[in-house]
Design a protein around this ligand. Structure first.
Ligand code: WTA
Length: 659
């Protein structure tokens, strides 16, 4: 709680300069307020107007919002369009054909640029290629690719044909990949031979082979492979095809398949508090509308900007703010293959300087690690680079602490660029609570105010609004076009997770705790459920626990988060082995094995930072594990809470000792 108190006492407010306001897409608070008022006054009219102005419809919609089957809301549902048409063809028609769409900066610094015309042609050829293989609207594909132009081509080609894609982050293990292939019912997998990050190659196609060997993937007819490195890979004739062979001989022109507004553009898996990751299903029209609008509102995007989002396409940020949003507004964007610290900690700053980047969007965990690196190696401090091209800088993925915010503002933004701290989620599709750079006064550590049309609020457990200054659950009281539509194959879980009866059944529960100050600014306090946020990546404690107990040596496991200076939160696991509790030397060995095991089961990001072994776990008499106490123990603090309901209070002392 102490960190929350400290951010709430932060009083500095940074107003946008008059110069910025004058040129802004949303110029000043009055303009922001006018949009909010419009949404309040005529909610459906507001969204209908924006949807007509922003997107090109092959069949115009006549119904804006259908709430008859809430919380399964439908938006613009009798309209039709094609997402890829709106991202590519529209730009060919409106004078952007020869504008650079993507500046690809590879791991080793080589640069490839593609214009909108070229990107349109590549997507057309690839879409024609997979169409020729028999894939069509309604099919599902898995995309397991590195950061590349080809990943964007793959996503856009699927969108062009109405194939619902599910991108799996390249850092996820074969096991995670297999689970997603099975759950989404994929018939097509698009991958690469290997990926390159930080000077190292990491296999991708071999993980696909491994996933197939686990079984359940028999529905997959083809594996299309982008040749990134030329590394040797196993090959199944008839099933496996090179991406360049699929494109070969195909026409640049591929007629876009017009889909209903609600057609699922993609399913993206994310962690929840219980069970397996859930497949968050997004729509076509509502999603794209918000991707395009927030590009203009939050980033103040203009035709002359060079925009860079450092996220991976495997996360929602890489979907909305790389694969779709920037293209939908005709932006020039940088797509980066590498890591922030290779070949040195100045890589981000050098890349901004090299391409005259003007809008930069990254995560607090990257900022924090670069603060440390800049201190350790002053040559790679952002001040050593020419960052004068920047005009807006953004943050996403977790709360940004005021200290990191100030460093970012001063050293990267040159005390000139507004910092847009964007709060949103895989489920929300796009930004929800964020400053508008030409309007909102900024308070370091606060994501400030909801976007127009987003009815965010803070309520107590009965759904009543709490007073300003009091913490509670962050909710959204009205639906919005880019919202999650359902959990793939599990509508009941969708309802239970996001629209609980306790809150009336029509109020979206985000799963975050938040506070509002007397100016109405939102301060996010972190998850209220068993979801951890490690380096901006969501992880369910249950997921890590299931991975641990799947190891033959493990009888029981409980996983909690611990605040961490660098990664935000760190995973701490308490483990009971089937055999006797190991001594220190043995414990270190077993801990290492278990950490690697988790990396194999889920992915390296899920590796526990620390594992502690006990004879048992702290449980109530009814057998419930007391995670609340374990969180205290994990932080190295002594338990002062009442432990009288514990079956075995002595266990706390044993678990309190770190290795
Ligand atoms: C957290 C990432 C504070 C939050 C786009 C949310 C944030 C979860 C912020 C969603 C922010 C994201 N300030 N917390 N600006 N942005 N979060 O689904 O806990 O990977 O619920 O989406 O990240 O993570 P997800």
């Amino acid at each position: 709680m102490s960190t929350i108190d400290s951010v709430l006492t932060e009083t500095r407010v940074f107003q946008p300069s008059a110069e910025f306001v004058k040129q802004a897409n949303v110029p000043g608070m009055a303009a922001y307020q006018a949009l909010c008022d419009e949404a309040e006054r005529d909610f459906e009219g507001f969204w209908a107007r924006l949807a007509r102005e922003t997107l090109q419809w092959s069949k115009p919609f006549t119904r804006t919002l259908d709430e008859s089957n809430a919380p399964f809301y439908k938006w613009f549902d009798d309209g039709e369009l094609n997402v890829s048409y709106n991202c590519l063809d529209v730009n060919l028609a409106n004078g952007n054909a020869d504008k650079v769409a993507i500046i690809f900066e590879s791991d080793d610094g080589a640069v490839t640029k593609v214009t909108y015309r070229e990107l349109h042609a590549r997507v057309g050829r690839f879409a024609n290629g997979i169409k020729a293989l028999g894939y069509k609207k309604g099919d599902r594909s898995i995309i397991y690719m590195p950061m590349s132009i080809e990943a964007v081509v793959a996503m856009q080609a699927c969108a062009r044909l109405g194939i619902t894609h599910s991108v799996v982050f390249g850092g996820f293990s074969a096991k995670s990949l297999q689970e997603r292939i099975v759950d989404v019912g994929a018939t097509l997998v698009i991958t690469a031979d290997e990926q390159v990050r930080g000077g190292k190659t990491i296999p991708l196609k071999p993980a696909v082979e491994e996933a197939f060997a686990m079984g359940g993937c028999e529905a997959v007819k083809n594996v299309v492979v982008y040749r990134r490195t030329g590394g040797k890979v196993a090959w199944t004739e008839g099933r496996d095809l090179w991406m360049h062979d699929v494109e070969k001989g195909q026409s640049d022109q591929c007629e876009p398949v017009q889909v209903e507004a609600e057609h699922p553009l993609f399913v993206l898996y994310t962690s929840g508090s219980t069970g397996k990751p859930k497949g968050v299903q997004h729509s076509s029209a509502g999603y794209l509308l918000w991707a395009a609008l927030t590009m203009k509102w939050t980033f103040d995007l203009k035709p002359s900007d060079v925009y860079w989002c450092t996220a991976d396409v495997g996360w929602v940020t890489g979907h909305t703010y790389i694969a779709y949003g920037p293209l939908a507004v005709g932006a020039t964007q940088i797509v980066f293959e590498g890591v922030p610290t290779y070949p040195n900690a100045g890589r981000f700053w050098e890349t901004i300087q090299k391409h005259r980047c003007s809008i930069f969007y990254t995560a607090p965990t990257a900022i924090r690690s670069l603060i440390k690196a800049a201190e350790a190696s002053p040559d790679h401090h952002p001040k050593k680079y020419d960052l004068s091209s920047l005009r807006v800088i953004g943050s996403v993925g977790e709360p940004i602490n005021p200290e990191a915010w100030m460093w970012y503002y001063n050293n990267v933004g040159g005390e000139r660029c507004p910092v847009v701290d964007t709060w949103w989620q895989t489920e929300t599709g796009g930004h929800m609570i964020t400053p508008l750079p030409g309007a909102t006064g900024l308070k370091p550590g606060s994501c400030t105010l909801p976007l127009p049309g987003i009815m965010a609020a803070i309520v107590d457990e009965t759904g009543e609004d709490v007073e300003l200054g009091k913490g509670g659950f962050l909710v959204v009281k009205r639906p919005w076009p880019a919202m999650i539509r359902t959990i793939w194959g599990d509508p009941e879980r969708f309802k239970k997770s996001y629209y609980p009866e306790e809150l009336g059944g029509t109020c979206y529960l985000a799963g975050d705790g938040a506070n509002r100050d007397t100016d109405g600014y939102f301060w996010i306090m972190g998850r209220i459920d068993d979801v951890l946020n490690v380096s901006g990546h969501r992880l369910g404690t249950m997921e890590v626990e299931s991975a641990l107990v799947a190891h033959p040596m493990v009888a029981e496991a409980a996983v909690v988060g611990r605040p961490d200076d660098l990664t935000g939160e760190a995973v701490v696991a308490f483990v009971v082995l089937k055999r006797a509790r190991p001594d220190d030397a043995e414990a270190a060995e077993i801990a290492k094995e278990l950490r690697n095991w988790v990396a194999k089961e889920i992915g390296p990001i899920a590796k526990p930072k620390e594992i502690r072994f006990g004879d048992n776990l702290p449980k109530t008499r009814s057998g419930k594990i007391m995670r609340r106490l374990l969180r205290v123990v994990a932080q190295g603090e002594s338990v002062t809470q009442d432990v009288s309901t514990l079956e075995n209070p002595a266990i706390l002392e044993q678990l309190g000792k770190a290795l």
